[in-house]
Design a protein around this ligand. Structure first.
Ligand code: NAD
Length: 364
């Protein structure tokens, strides 16, 4: 897609959502002004704020806006004031509605440890220094959706629980192609994680990923069992470039990998779909710190970078945003959650300003 005019749907959401979104948009404005591209940014309501206004967390107008856009940027949704609502209208339903209507099937979670934040990791610096991993998690299959499922009474009169691990060839092929394509834009090193030594579904997974790999001879493909991967992520995370895995294993491994960085306010995500893609920080709406100008906007800003890379075909500008974040940290700027001694504690808006200033300099 080579365009100079993009439609972006923006849902700031609840809690710290509006505060961090403001900083994400600051960065987008710098890109639009310096690169001379037109960004049609349209804001909509999703989450608790949408429920308060219209009685539903994802009004039709919001859904339409998301579907007709090139990409969707989301802050965060939810908060204690909506916790007693019926499940069907809880703010988090907005996420499910967006994901299913956009045909989302892949979740991308980059795990990058910035040199300046090595101390935040619970692991030794020598282990996490320089890690840059992309986890590609399949989102539509596996035990979360396989049938039969449920808890029922068996012949022994006792309750039995069942969930079914299920994958079709097409589902595996689709995510494998995506992961190989991503690996091609990075260090060309892909690890497919499964449990093919025990589970037939995973044998099929390995078979299809290997088949797809034949079309990508420039990418080195390695297969790894999930238990070994869990161990290797702690023992030697820098061996990984791109990891592709199933819904269940990806759910667990991506949270494990997130902890390598030690800071939830730094981690962006992308959810790619058939119709569009959704970009959001991995953290929630942090109601405990909302409205205080102390939330870390960097996960939101890094989500904007992912959007440029994967939906707007602007990889150079995406890398410049990431570089601007690195330089801002190097200059000593810290929000409260990543505070370090002898560094400058700044608020949400000041952090956004500092990144925008560095980005402007890099885009001269
Ligand atoms: P949370 O991620 O909102 O907060 C967990 C902790 O991390 C809190 O102490 C919070 O202050 C801190 N934190 C989170 N983001 C931060 C940031 N950018 N800067 C500094 N500190 C940050 O998780 P939670 O407290 O379990 O959930 C709060 C609400 O968010 C709930 O209603 C939950 O359902 C919702 N939620 C939404 C999403 C989403 O919108 N994608 C994801 C997870 C949780």
């Amino acid at each position: 897609m080579k365009k100079d005019n993009f439609k972006i749907a923006v849902f700031a959401g609840d809690g710290i959502g509006p505060e961090i979104m403001k900083e994400g948009l600051k960065i987008l404005n710098v890109i639009s002004e310096k690169k001379k591209i037109k960004l049609q940014i349209q804001e909509g309501l999703a989450g608790g704020c949408a429920y308060d206004k219209s009685g539903t967390p994802l009004p039709d107008a919001s859904l339409k806006l998301a579907i007709k856009s090139d990409a969707v940027l989301l802050g965060a949704v939810g908060g204690p004031q909506w916790e007693s609502l019926d499940y069907s209208v809880r703010p988090e339903r907005a996420l499910l509605g967006l994901r299913s209507n956009l045909g989302i099937y892949a979740n991308l979670r980059p795990v990058v440890v910035f040199e300046e934040l090595l101390n935040a990791s619970p692991l030794k610096k020598s282990i996490v220094r320089g890690i840059d991993i992309m986890i590609v998690r399949e989102l539509t299959g596996d035990v979360y959706f396989g049938k039969p499922r449920g808890v029922r009474k068996g012949k022994d009169g006792k309750r039995h629980g069942i969930n079914t691990m299920a994958y079709s060839e097409d589902e595996i092929r689709r995510i494998a192609v995506r992961a190989f394509e991503i690996a091609r834009t990075r260090k060309k090193n892909l690890t497919s994680v499964d449990k093919a030594n025990i589970l037939e579904t995973m044998e099929l997974w390995r078979d299809i990923v290997t088949q797809v790999g034949k079309k990508y001879p420039d990418v080195i493909l390695k297969h790894m069992y999930v238990d070994n991967c869990a161990l290797q992520l702690i023992r030697d995370p820098s061996q990984f470039d791109v990891i592709v895995t199933t819904n269940l294993f990806g759910d667990i491994l991506s949270d494990e990998a997130a902890m390598l960085t030690g800071s939830i306010g730094m981690l962006p995500s992308a959810s790619l779909g058939k119709k569009s893609a959704l970009y959001e920080p991995i953290h929630g709406s942090a109601p405990d710190i909302a409205g205080k100008n102390i939330a870390n906007p960097l996960a939101m800003i890094l989500s904007v970078a992912l959007m440029l890379r994967y939906s707007l075909s602007l990889p150079r500008e995406a890398a410049l945003i990431e570089k601007a974040v690195g330089e801002t940290l190097k200059a000593g700027f810290r929000t409260k959650d990543i505070y370090q001694k002898n560094k400058k504690t700044v608020g949400t808006a000041e952090m956004g300003d500092a990144v925008a200033k560095n980005l402007r300099k890099l885009m001269i």
